[in-house]
Structures are given as C-alpha cells and as structure tokens.
Ligand binder design. Sequence first.
Ligand SMILES: COc1cc(O)cc(C/C=C(\C)CC/C=C(\C)CC/C=C(\C)CC/C=C(\C)CC/C=C(\C)CC/C=C(\C)CC/C=C(\C)CC/C=C(\C)CC/C=C(\C)CCC=C(C)C)c1O
Ligand SMILES: C[S@@+](CC[C@H](N)C(=O)[O-])C[C@H]1O[C@@H](n2cnc3c(N)ncnc32)[C@H](O)[C@@H]1O
Length: 278
Amino acid sequence: MMFYPMCRRFQFSFQLPGVYQVFESVARKYDVMNDMMSLGIHRVWKDLLLLKMHPFPGTQLLDVAGGTGDIAFRFLNYVQAQHQRKQKRQLRAQQNLSWEEIAKKYQNQEDSLGGSRVMVCDINKEMLKMGKQKACARGYKAGLAWVLGDAEELPFDDDKFDVYTIAFGIRNVTHIDRALQEAHRVLKPGGRFLCLEFSQVNNPLVSRLYDVYSFQVIPVLGEVIAGDWKSYQYLVESIRQFPPQEEFKEMIEDAGFQKVTYENLTSGIVAIHSGFKL
Ligand SMILES: COc1cc(O)cc(C/C=C(\C)CC/C=C(\C)CC/C=C(\C)CC/C=C(\C)CC/C=C(\C)CC/C=C(\C)CC/C=C(\C)CC/C=C(\C)CC/C=C(\C)CCC=C(C)C)c1O
Ligand SMILES: C[S@@+](CC[C@H](N)C(=O)[O-])C[C@H]1O[C@@H](n2cnc3c(N)ncnc32)[C@H](O)[C@@H]1O
C-alpha cells in the first residue's frame, strides 16, 4: 500500500510530455526537423494534399492544427496560380482592354486570390508565432488569418468553410471523435474534409525499415537537432497508436461524413482521408 503513491510518482517522472509542451518545445526547430527526418518528403505529401483539394478561387479553407502554416501557404500559392490562369484566359478573351485596365487587374493583391481565404487554427501559441514569422518573411498577407483554438471546440459558427484540412494534427488530439464532429459542424453543406496523417505501412520490408528508422533514428535526430529526445519519442509512439486506414475511415463516417475514401502515400507511411458533408 505504501509503495503505491511512490510508484505513481515514479511512473509520472518517466511519462512523455503533454501535447502542448511537446509543440511548445519543438516549435523553433519544427520545420528543420521535418526536412531532416523525412529528407523533404513531407513537402511532397503536403503538395499532394493540395492537388487532391484542387481549390478554386473563392474557396474558404480552415486549416486546423495548422502550426507553422505549411498547408496555408501552399493553398495561397495554389489559388493565386489558378486565379492568374483564369485572368489570363479572360484577358485573352477580351483583347480590346486598355493597358491600364490590364495593369489594374494584376495589381490588386486581395483580388489575386479571387476571394479565397485561409484560416489557420492551432492550440499552440508558439507554433502560431513561428507560422506568422514565416508568413511575414515570405510576404504572405492577404487572405490569411491565424486563430488560437482547439480542434475539439472550434471557435467558429456552423456551416462556414468550404474545406477543412488537418495535416499531422489529428493524431495529437485527445478526443478524435469530437474533433471530427467539429469539422463536420463548421463545414458548409457540400464542404470537404481532408486529413493527412501517419498511417499503417502496407509493405512488410518498408515496415521493418521504417520501424528501425523510427525508433533508432528519429529520437536521435530530435536530440541532436532540437535538443529534445522525448518529443520525438512521443512522435513515433503517437504514430503507432493512431488507428489504421480502415478504422479511421469508419470514425470519419461516424461523424456524419459521406463518400469517405483514402489514399496511401509512400507505402502507407501516411494517408490522405477525404469525406464530404452532404
Ligand atoms: C513532436 O511531434 C512532431 C514533431 C515534428 O517535427 C513533426 C511532426 C509531424 C511530422 C511530419 C510533418 C513529418 C515528419 C516525417 C517523419 C517522421 C519521417 C517519415 C519517414 C520517411 C519519409 C522515411 C521512412 C523511412 C523508411 C521507409 C525506411 C528507410 C530508412 C532507412 C534506409 C534508414 C534505416 C535506418 C537505419 C538502419 C539506422 C542507421 C541510419 C542512420 C543513423 C542514418 C540516418 C538516416 C537518415 C537521416 C536518412 C533517412 C532516410 C530516409 C528518410 C529514407 C527515405 C526513403 C524512403 C521513403 C523509401 C510531429 O508530430
Ligand atoms: C505536427 S504539427 C502539424 C502542423 C502542420 N499542420 C504541418 O503539417 O506541418 C501538429 C500541430 O497540432 C497542434 N495541435 C495539437 N492538438 C491540437 C488541438 N487539440 N487543437 C488544435 N491544434 C492542436 C499542435 O499545436 C501542432 O501545431
């Protein structure tokens, strides 16, 4: 009996840090760690998420657990490129416009997105701070907003957004079912849910190499680059605890989404799940 509280304390001192502490601690080194751990592959996964979304000028995006803004910046680049293509097509069709009219069409920065906006929502102040600094340095301003908020209790009205994204975020949420219900609530009817997350590897050889890499290399990289072994041990353990593709698909369906599908990337190291609020 006497040992019980001591055991509890002993256990506690070896527990992994809480999610807030993890991201507060890694925020400054977050981007460099992702490039180092994945040799840049996380960038390709994020590009593929945008290709799947295929947003059009006017799309209102909510990026939950948006952290340092990787999805938001890609979204802004994508819609700007789409809008420019559309404007070029229109200009070609109206060849009798004056030079002043053409210049005016290209100058308006707000208009360069065709009315699209992205709201980055994250529970962690430090991650958002890093994101805002990155946005400033890269010259992103129009169509971008940052909000401190919890995926389980989003600070937005019902039926507000065309697309909801969550990249490498849902694994960190305490009650995944609540986050999915919130995603469903804030999407407009017809809106799309897209989630990029670690998943179950479907190739036995890749799986074995990936396990060695995860447990033997990632915490070491975390210690050497970010001075933080525990947060990267948390990362690899949280990946193993996240439900596999089919189970997560069912959870998304249980939240009310329809036409739920998923696509494995890099042998299922990650997967993109998609669903619609119909
Ligand atoms: C705290 O929470 C977090 C913190 C964060 O910073 C980020 C996140 C969220 C996460 C992301 C946004 C993405 C982060 C990316 C990853 C966790 C990595 C995902 C992994 C890969 C794309 C590669 C998967 C690796 C394999 C399939 C196995 C291949 C591995 C090897 C050939 C190496 C095997 C290792 C050994 C035998 C140990 C000895 C090796 C060394 C000491 C050298 C170290 C090696 C490297 C640095 C190279 C690593 C190799 C690759 C990346 C290979 C890529 C090849 C393929 C994909 C086929 C967050 O929640
Ligand atoms: C691995 S990062 C992903 C950042 C970004 N989406 C990306 O792809 O690089 C996970 C993010 O989830 C955030 N997060 C964790 N729990 C959350 C919650 N309940 N609500 C909102 N954000 C949360 C963390 O603060 C962190 O910024």
